[in-house]
Design a binder for this molecule. Structure first.
Ligand SMILES: [Ca+2]
Length: 279
């Protein structure tokens, strides 16, 4: 749409406002109602959203309207929908799933989301839980994770640190697939809250009955650690056909670990990691 067209629409709006509402138009404000399927939400401070609620947005009035509902989060939280805009026939209730994420490192405690539509306000309590005991010692589990690219929405980087190693769950946001088909290298990086001694990286590449690693898994990659802003290669994997490769190396104090993916068994297509664990 051109700026000229936008300008024309804006001008029409002004004319309509200046002239007042047509005779017989219903001037009453929309009667909007908000509710949720739960009275509170509990969230673990981890990158991938695994909690949320159903926003129920109802036109309780007798005429059809276009309306907006707003979801406002404090800085410690993020939501998958900040605005829901919809045409709502009279009496209709729209149901929308909203995912809630707590930023890694958020102090446990009580927070709240503010829901608003027209004159209606609703506060939804959110409890940020402490990260659970992590008996395995996997340092990547509740760390910040990033990738060179992501194939969204089904294959986010955070899926590779969500604790689910099961390749049968592939394509349900529990594994990372890069977003640049045919282009290598790709990288997947875990940033630790503070430097830790690291000596092992376990990489679970895609390996299911339907998608065996020997055909779809990652074949070649480097394991690197952050050495004061420079990446140092501590292990190399070449010609892999297995679902799990455990790379061990001389213990090193580091604040970040990444894998640099160089090729998959399909050829130069995609990098696929179901879980990346750091010890
Ligand atoms: Ca996973």
């Amino acid at each position: 749409m051109s700026y000229r067209l936008l300008g024309t629409i804006a001008a029409c709006g002004l004319v309509l406002l200046a002239g007042g509402a047509p005779a017989g138009a219903d001037r009453t404000r929309p009667e909007l109602a908000l509710s949720t399927d739960v009275s509170a939400v509990e969230v673990l401070p981890q990158p991938c959203p695994r909690s949320g609620f159903e926003l129920r947005f109802k036109n309780a009035g007798a005429r059809d309207v276009y309306a907006d509902a707003f979801v406002t989060a404090p800085p410690e939280l993020s939501v998958s929908r900040q605005v829901v805009t919809s045409y709502l026939p009279a009496g209709y209730e729209l149901k929308v799933r909203v995912q809630v994420t707590a930023v890694v490192g958020t102090p446990p405690g009580g927070y709240a989301l503010e829901l608003r539509a027209g004159d209606t306000r609703l506060s939804l309590p959110v409890t940020v839980l402490p990260p659970p005991e992590n008996p395995t010692g996997n340092l990547a589990r509740f760390a910040t994770v990033m990738a060179s690219s992501e194939h969204l929405p089904l294959y986010p980087a955070c899926g590779a640190t969500d604790g689910d190693r099961d390749s049968a769950h592939w394509a349900t946001t529990t594994g990372w697939n890069d977003g640049t088909r045919g282009l290598f290298p790709d990288w997947l990086r875990v940033t630790l809250a503070q430097p830790q001694t690291v000596s092992r990286v376990d990489l679970y590449t895609l390996d299911s009955a339907r998608y065996p690693a020997a055909r779809y898994g990652l074949r070649d990659w480097d394991v690197q650690v952050d050495s004061g802003g420079q990446w140092t290669t501590v292990a190399q994997v070449r010609g892999n056909t297995a679902g799990l490769v455990s790379s061990t190396f001389v213990p090193v104090l580091t604040s970040g670990v990444r894998i640099v993916a160089l090729a998959s068994n399909e050829g130069l297509t995609y990098s696929r990691v179901v879980e990346l664990e750091v010890y």
